[in-house]
Write a protein that binds this ligand. Structure first.
Ligand code: SF4
Length: 324
C-alpha cells in the first residue's frame, strides 16, 4: 500500500476552507493509503507566538481533525515535536542542501521581505518539511498547487542524499494534487484565512454560521433583487458546490442567472445543506471534548507509531552515513 504524509499547521479549530481544501480529502485518502497526518508545531515556532496559545491550538487542531473524520484506527495522527527524529533528519539534510536553493524559494522570499530580522528557521523551513516527508519514506503528499515548489525541493534533497549515501533509499515523493476547491473569504477576499477574520469555523454553532453567511459578499452585479447574476463569480455558489447535492447546485445556477432567487434565499438553502454536513462533525467534537483522555490517547499512540517508523529510517540513514 502506498504511503502518504501530510503536515497540518496547529492553527486551532479548522475553518471550512481548510476542511474543504484539505482535511475532507484526507478522510477519503486514509481509506486507500497508509496515512501519516502530522500537526507540525515545530514549523509554527519560526514566527512569534505564545507558548500556552500554541499548546492550546495544537490540541484544538487534534479535536478538529478527529471530529472531521480522521481515524486513528487506520491513520497515524501525531504531533511533530513528539518525534525528535524530524529535527535529527533535518540537520542531516542541511548538510546536503545548497543555500542558493533555499534562497530561491518563493515562500522564503515573500516572508523574508516582510521581516526586519529573518530567523534561520524561515530559510530552513523546507528542509524540515523534506525531513517530515522522507522520515516516513512517503510516496505521496497531498498538496495544493501553491506547495508544489516545496515538494520539488524535497524531491531534490532525496535525490542528493540518495546519490551520496544510498541509491533509492528515499523514494522521491510525488504530489497528490487535491481537487481544486478554492473557497474565498466571506468578505470576498481571495483567501479564507483566520488572520483576515473572514472564515467560518468548522465547529461554529449554527446561529453564528448564519450571522456570517447572511452579510457575505456575493456577485457584485446583483445590486437589485431583479438583477441576474453569474454564479461562477460568487463564493456562495462555490460553497454550494462543496456542500449541496448536484440537483440543488444546478437549481442555484438557474435561479441566479434568472434572478429567480434573491441572494438571501440562496444563502438559506446553502445554510441548510452546510448544516447537514457540519452538524455530525460538531456533535463528534462535543463528544471528544467531553472525554479529553481520548485526545491524550490518540496523541500518545500516534507519537509511538510515528517514532517506531522514524527510528527505523534513522537507523538506516545513520548506518549509511557512517554515524555511530
Ligand atoms: S443568487 Fe446565489 S449564487 Fe447568485 S449571486 Fe446570489 S448568492 Fe451568489
Amino acid at each position: 500500500m502506498s504511503r502518504i504524509f501530510s503536515g497540518i499547521q496547529p492553527s486551532g479549530e479548522l475553518h471550512i476552507g481548510n476542511y474543504l481544501g484539505a482535511v475532507k480529502n484526507y478522510a477519503e485518502l486514509q481509506r486507500s493509503y497508509e496515512s501519516f497526518f502530522c500537526i507540525v508545531d515545530y514549523h509554527a515556532i519560526t514566527i512569534p507566538y505564545e507558548p500556552e496559545d500554541l499548546r492550546a491550538r495544537t490540541r484544538e487542531m487534534m479535536v478538529s481533525l478527529l471530529a472531521a473524520g480522521l481515524d486513528p484506527s487506520t491513520s497515524t495522527i501525531f504531533v511533530q515535536s513528539m518525534v525528535p527524529q524530524h529535527t535529527e533528519l533535518a540537520w542531516i539534510f542541511n548538510s546536503v542542501t545548497p543555500l542558493g536553493e533555499l534562497e530561491r524559494q518563493t515562500q522564503y522570499k515573500d516572508k523574508a521581505s516582510r521581516m526586519e530580522s529573518v530567523p534561520a528557521g524561515i530559510l530552513n523551513y523546507p528542509i524540515l518539511q523534506a525531513a517530515d516527508i522522507l522520515l516516513y519514506r512517503a510516496d505521496l503528499v497531498p498538496v495544493g498547487e501553491d506547495q508544489v515548489q516545496h515538494l520539488e525541493l524535497s524531491r531534490e534533497i532525496a535525490r542528493r542524499w540518495n546519490a551520496r549515501f544510498g541509491a533509492e533509499f528515499f523514494p522521491e515523493p510525488q504530489a497528490k494534487l487535491t481537487p481544486a476547491r478554492r473557497i474565498m473569504g466571506l468578505d470576498g477576499n481571495a483567501k479564507m484565512s483566520k488572520s483576515m477574520g473572514n472564515t467560518v469555523g468548522l465547529l461554529e454553532p449554527p446561529d453564528s454560521v448564519w450571522e456570517k453567511l447572511r452579510p457575505a459578499v456575493t456577485d457584485p452585479a446583483r445590486v437589485r433583487r431583479t438583477d441576474p447574476g453569474t454564479p461562477e463569480v460568487c463564493n456562495i455558489y462555490h460553497l454550494h458546490r462543496a456542500f449541496s447535492p448536484p440537483d440543488v447546485v444546478a437549481n442555484v445556477e438557474t435561479q441566479c442567472r434568472t434572478a429567480g432567487w434573491g441572494c438571501i434565499e440562496c444563502k438559506k438553502v446553502l445554510f441548510e445543506h452546510m448544516n447537514k454536513e457540519l452538524a455530525p462533525i460538531r456533535a463528534r467534537s462535543v463528544e471528544i471534548r467531553a472525554r479529553p483522555e481520548i485526545v491524550d490517547q490518540v496523541i500518545g499512540d500516534g507519537a509511538a507509531t510515528a517514532r517506531r517508523v522514524a527510528s527505523e529510517t534513522m537507523r538506516e540513514v545513520k548506518e549509511r552515513m557512517g554515524l555511530v
